[in-house]
Write a protein that binds this ligand. Structure first.
Ligand code: HEC
Ligand code: HEC
Ligand code: HEC
Length: 152
C-alpha cells in the first residue's frame, strides 16, 4: 500500500501560506505599539500626546473676567448667570487675549434664537419665544444680553 504523498506543487503552496502566516505574526508582535488596545482599537498613548499638543480653545468665563470684571459681575446677577461669555461671543481669539485694543465682533440679537426659539426639544420650563410673535430679531433693543431680567 502506498502512503499518501503530497504533490510537490501543493506542498510549496502550503509552505508559502505557512511562511506568510509566520511573517504576519512576527511583524504584528514587533510593530504593534505597546499601548495599542489599552482602551480600544487605537494607541492608548495617543490620548496623552493629543492633550499635550493642543492648547485648550475656550478661555473660560474667568479669563474674560480679568479684563471685564464689570460684565462678569453683571452677568452673575441675572438669568444668564450660568452662561459662559463664549456661548454668545464665540471662542475668544488669541489676538484679543494679548491685545485689548483688538475688539471681538459684537453678537447681534440673532444669537438669542439659538437658545430661546421655541422648540419641542427644549425642557418645557425653559423660557422660549415664538420669534414671529415676539418682535422679530431685535432682541437687544428690549433685553440687555448681560442681564436679561432688566430692560434697557
Ligand atoms: C446671552 C449672550 C451673552 C453673554 C452670555 C455675554 N454677552 Fe457680552 N454681549 C452680548 C451682546 C448681544 C452684546 C452686544 C450688545 C449691543 O450691541 O448693545 C454684547 C456686548 C459685550 C461687550 C461690549 C460692550 C457692552 O457692554 O456692550 C463686552 C465687552 C462684552 N459683551 C463682554 C462679555 C463678557 C466678558 C461676558 C462674560 C462675562 C459676556 N459678554 C457674556 C451677548 C452676551
Ligand atoms: C447659550 C444659550 C442662551 C443664549 C444664547 C441666550 N440665552 Fe437667554 N437664557 C438662557 C438660559 C439658560 C436662561 C435661564 C433659564 C430660564 O430662565 O429658563 C435664560 C434666560 C433668559 C431670560 C429670562 C430671564 C429671567 O430670569 O427672567 C430672558 C429674557 C433671556 N434669556 C433673553 C435672552 C436674550 C435677549 C438673548 C440674546 C441677547 C439670550 N437670552 C441669549 C440661555 C441663553
Ligand atoms: C419690543 C421689545 C421686545 C423685543 C424686541 C424682544 N422682547 Fe422678549 N420680551 C419683551 C417683554 C416685554 C417680555 C415680558 C413679557 C412677555 O413675556 O411677553 C419679554 C419676554 C421674553 C422672554 C421670556 C419669556 C417667558 O416665557 O418668560 C424671552 C426668553 C425673550 N423675551 C426673549 C427675546 C428674544 C430672544 C428676542 C429677539 C428675538 C426678544 N425677546 C425680543 C420684550 C421684547
Amino acid at each position: 500500500m502506498r502512503c499518501f504523498q503530497m504533490p510537490p506543487q501543493v506542498f510549496r503552496v502550503v509552505l508559502l501560506i505557512f511562511a506568510i502566516g509566520v511573517s504576519y505574526l512576527v511583524a504584528r508582535t514587533l510593530l504593534t505599539p505597546a499601548s495599542f488596545h489599552e482602551y480600544g482599537f487605537y494607541r492608548g498613548a495617543a490620548l496623552a500626546e493629543h492633550t499635550t499638543r493642543h492648547e485648550p480653545v475656550f478661555a473660560g468665563k474667568l479669563a474674560c473676567g480679568v479684563r471685564h470684571p464689570d460684565v462678569l459681575k453683571t452677568l452673575a446677577k441675572g438669568g444668564h448667570k450660568n452662561l459662559s461669555c463664549e456661548a454668545c461671543h464665540g471662542v475668544v481669539s488669541p489676538q484679543h487675549l494679548t491685545d485689548p485694543t483688538s475688539n471681538m465682533d459684537k453678537p447681534s440679537g440673532a444669537i438669542c434664537l439659538r437658545c430661546h426659539e421655541a422648540s419641542p426639544s427644549r425642557p418645557a420650563g425653559f423660557r422660549q419665544i415664538v420669534v414671529k410673535d415676539h418682535y422679530a430679531e431685535k432682541c437687544i433693543e428690549c433685553h440687555l444680553p448681560h442681564e436679561p431680567n432688566e430692560v434697557p
